[in-house]
Design a protein around this ligand. Sequence first.
Ligand SMILES: Nc1nc2c(ncn2[C@@H]2O[C@H](COP(=O)(O)OP(=O)(O)OP(=O)(O)O)[C@@H](O)[C@H]2O)c(=O)[nH]1
Ligand SMILES: [Mg+2]
Length: 363
Amino acid sequence: MRAIVIGGFLGSGKTSTIIRLGKEFSAQGNKVAVIVNEIGEIGIDGDVISKYGLDTTELTSGCICCSLKVNMKTTISLLMKEFQPDVLLIEPTGIAFPQVIKNEINLMDLKGTIVAPLVTLIDGSRFKQLMKEVKHFSMRQIIDAEILGINKIDLMEPRQIPIIEASVQQLNPKAKVVQLSTKIEDYRWYNFIKLILEEDTIKKNTALRTASPELSVMEGTQAVDESMDSIEASGISSYATEFIVEGEILPDVARTVVQDIMYMIKSKVIECSPEFVGHIKMFFENGNETVKMNITAHYEEPVMEIISSKTEEPKFKILSAVSNIDKEVLINIVDTSIIKAFASKGINVHKKRNLHHHLISKL
Ligand SMILES: Nc1nc2c(ncn2[C@@H]2O[C@H](COP(=O)(O)OP(=O)(O)OP(=O)(O)O)[C@@H](O)[C@H]2O)c(=O)[nH]1
Ligand SMILES: [Mg+2]
C-alpha cells in the first residue's frame, strides 16, 4: 500500500486534489481508500468525496473523548485488514500539522507500506493574506513539507507565480516546489503525481522530526511552539453543525437559502474579523441535488457548486473555520443566520442532536 498525506491550510485544495488523485489511481486499476479528518463533529468532505465514487472513512477531531491518533491508527489497521487498498489518501484538517500524521504512520511500521513524501498545498492566490493572518502557522506547515504544491495557479496573475514560488522555496529550501491547479490538466499535474510516487528521489526531510530548527530563529511572540496543539497554534475558531430540514424543498429554494445564509454569515464575520481567512463551507442535500457553497477569504465571492445526487431526506450541514474571531461569536453568527434564512422561506429546521458518534463503527 502507498500512503499519501495531503496537508495544507483550510481551503488550500486538499479535497479537490484527493478527488482528482483518487479518480486517477482508480482508473489505473488501483483500490483507493480515503481518510478525511474534519474539524468538529460534522464532516462535509467525506460526503463530497463519496459522491465521486471513492471509499471514504471520516475521522472527526475536536472531540475530547477520541484521540485522533488512536482513531487514525485503528482506522488504518481496519482498512488494511478488510479493504486492502493499494493507495490510501489521507487528508488532515487544515489546522493540523501534517508531519505529525505522517510520523504516526511511519511509527506504525506497516509491512509493505510506502509512505509518500509529505505534501503541503498552499493556496497561491491567498498567499499574501495567509502570511498576514496566520503567518507562523502557515510557515510551520511549509517548513515541514517535502513537496510544496502552490495550488490555484489558475487564479493567480502569471507574473506573481514565480515570486511566490521563490518565497516558498526560501522558507523550505529542501522541499520540491511545484505549481498546481486542480482545475487544469497539464504537465504540471503529471509532474506532481510523479514526485509523489518517487519517494526515494526526495532526501528524507528529517522523517521523524522533533523540532523545526528554522522556527527557532523566527522572531515575534506568535512563533509556533512545537509542543503547542495545532488547533491552538492556528488562532482559528471553528464550528460545525447539522440541521434537519422539514418538508420538501424545491431546488431553486435550496439554492437561494444557501446563498442567503452564506452572504449573511460573510457580512457578519467581516464585521468581527475584517481580513479573515479560513473556510466556511455548506452542503445542502435536497432530494435531487446537493448545493455546495464555500468561501475561503474575506475578499472572495462565495462559490456555488451543484452536484446531482438522489437522497431521501433534506440534510443541511455547515462547517466554519475562521481566523481572529471568538468562537462563541462565530457559533452565534452561524446559528442565527441559518435559522433566519430558512424561516424567511417558511421552512422549519431544527438542530440535529447527539451529533457525536465514533465513526469507526461505520466500517
Ligand atoms: N480556481 C481554483 N479553485 C480551486 C482549486 N483547488 C481547489 N479550489 C477551490 O477551492 C475551494 C476549497 O477547496 P477544497 O478542496 O475544499 O479545499 P480543502 O483544502 O480540502 O479545504 P478544507 O478541507 O476545508 O481545509 C473549493 O471551492 C475548490 O473548488 C484550483 O486549483 N483552482
Ligand atoms: Mg477538505
